[in-house]
Write a protein that binds this ligand. Structure first.
Ligand SMILES: Nc1nc2c(ncn2[C@@H]2O[C@H](COP(=O)(O)OP(=O)(O)OP(=O)(O)O)[C@@H](O)[C@H]2O)c(=O)[nH]1
Ligand SMILES: [Mg+2]
Length: 459
């Protein structure tokens, strides 16, 4: 059933606003065909409409008053229920200019559509049973993913990996509940299942849930990324290392100490984990109050802020000069920081190719030691994660899994105390509800609205 019956046809620009080859405007709802019929014609000589058949492509013109051309377009028609939203959808592919797409959208709205809210197309797809909640969330992940690994995992969820697993767990739980409830309701006819049997079944479910939760840290890291700040005294080679790790000349490099005044950050993919790399201003004490120093002092303040918020500190000193008093001072101020990596720079000048356990030696100029540094960053990141990424989950889904596990543990305890099975079934039902929240079988409007409000308009 289409729960949006009535005049509630929505339209939005589905492509990013800007100049591009193609712009797409999407219309979804009962009136989409009526609206299209008012603004589309196969020719401009006379008003001519094709007979719209589903899954066909139509060529023609979007026009305004008296067949005045707006743009030459391609129309795609998806008929309910075989469309993304489960409703009648028309997609107008026009030329990708800011004015054109906005004008066509306005025509759709003037002729009866209303502007879609954020995520409303995906929300309708969910409400009309086209996708479950975990698939809808994976669309969001896919759009925002910054690394190849995360895109691949999100695409797997979109294909139903997590949903199928949850469906399997729910089925197991429903089967167990059925045995218990049948015996509770019909004690004369049905024997209650053995406590050992119930216990084993619940433990195996807990085990499965823990398996999914093992990937939680890795999932969160891939979704949110980590921040690493490169810190050291002026001229230590921070910007050079920053550029070398990014493999582009992003930050200015000179032999003048105090070159970098601002915080520069860029994202880099460290084996599937998005790392925000931050180049900072060289740390030193500023004594005089000249204008020049004032700007540098502002930069140093920003650096100190960056140090506070970074997940990883890459501390760097010049191997050719050795550890100076200034270096030691900086090191002293950050020595208690978690995830501190020490890097010796300009290895090509130092001619010191020995390797130390604590120190990673690099030459940004000769591109030596960069992979070693990346590996060190990666192992710091993964140090508190099992690295299990079989299942990719978000915080909301993890919370549901944890709640489900909690209820199952309570059920196990009740089982061990040989409680009345009616009581055990209450905890099992709670566990079932928590699992259902992941895919959206049981979920409140508030949660649904919250999820879809993170989508962009047109998605
Ligand atoms: N030979 C050699 N020179 C390097 C290397 N890395 C940096 N340098 C030189 O060291 C000088 C300072 O490098 P930067 O990367 O600007 O140093 P920084 O730490 O960003 O300096 P500030 O921004 O002033 O704090 C420049 O002249 C670089 O060319 C290296 O690996 N080998
Ligand atoms: Mg610099």
């Amino acid at each position: 059933m289409n729960i949006y019956a009535g005049n509630n046809t929505i339209a939005a620009i589905a492509t990013p606003l800007g100049v591009g080859g193609v712009g797409v405007i999407r219309i979804s709802g009962n009136d989409s065909e009526e609206i299209i019929k008012k603004i589309f014609s196969s020719t401009l000589k006379e008003r001519k409409l094709p007979e719209f058949k589903p899954n066909r492509v139509y060529y023609g013109w979007i026009y305004e008053n008296n067949l005045h051309p707006v743009d030459e377009v391609i129309l795609l028609y998806f008929k309910a229920p075989k469309s993304f939203t489960g409703e009648n959808i028309f997609e107008i592919q026009c030329h990708g200019g800011v004015n054109i797409v906005q004008k066509i959208l306005k025509l759709c709205i003037d002729n009866g559509a209303r502007l879609a809210e954020q995520g409303e197309f995906s929300k309708r797809a969910f409400m009309n049973g086209k996708i479950d909640l975990s698939r809808a969330e994976s669309i969001l992940d896919l759009i925002h993913s910054k690394t190849d690994t995360f895109s691949k995992l999100s695409a797997l969820n979109l294909s139903g990996r997590l949903a199928e697993k949850i469906y399997f767990l729910r089925t197991e739980l429903i089967n167990l509940l059925s045995l218990i409830i049948a015996a509770v309701d019909f004690p004369e006819e049905v024997d209650e299942p053995e406590y050992n049997y119930i216990n084993d079944k619940i433990l195996s479910l807990i085990n499965e849930i823990e398996g999914i939760l093992n990937g939680a840290t890795a999932s969160n890291l891939m979704r949110n990324g980590v921040k690493a700040a490169i810190v050291g005294k002026p001229n230590a080679g921070k910007s050079s290392l920053f550029n070398a790790l990014l493999d582009v000349q992003r930050a200015i490099v000179t032999d003048i100490p105090g070159t970098t005044r601002d915080i520069i950050q860029e994202s880099v993919d460290i084996e599937g984990i998005p790392l925000t790399l931050i180049d900072t201003a060289g740390l030193r004490e500023i004594k005089s109050e000249s204008d020049n120093n004032y700007i540098e002092a502002l930069g140093i303040n920003l650096t100190n802020e960056a140090i506070k918020t970074a997940d990883i500190i890459i501390y760097i000193y010049d191997l050719a000069k050795g550890l100076t008093e200034e270096d030691n001072k900086i090191l002293e101020s950050i020595k208690n920081r978690k995830n501190l990596l020490k890097v010796g720079s300009k290895l090509d000048l130092a001619q010191d190719f020995s390797s130390g356990a604590e120190l990673i030696k690099v030459s940004s100029k000769e591109k030596i030691g960069l992979n070693e540094l990346k590996q060190a960053v990666k192992s710091v990141i993964l140090s508190d994660s099992t690295g299990n990424d079989e299942f990719c989950t978000n915080l909301r889904q993890q919370e549901c899994l944890k709640n489900s596990k909690k209820s199952l543990l309570k059920a196990v305890e009740a089982c061990n105390r040989n409680e009345h099975q009616d009581l055990i079934s209450i905890d099992l039902k709670s566990a079932l509800i928590s699992l259902g929240e992941i895919t959206g079988e049981v979920v409140s409007d508030e949660i649904i609205n919250n999820i879809f409000s993170n989508f962009c308009i047109g998605k």
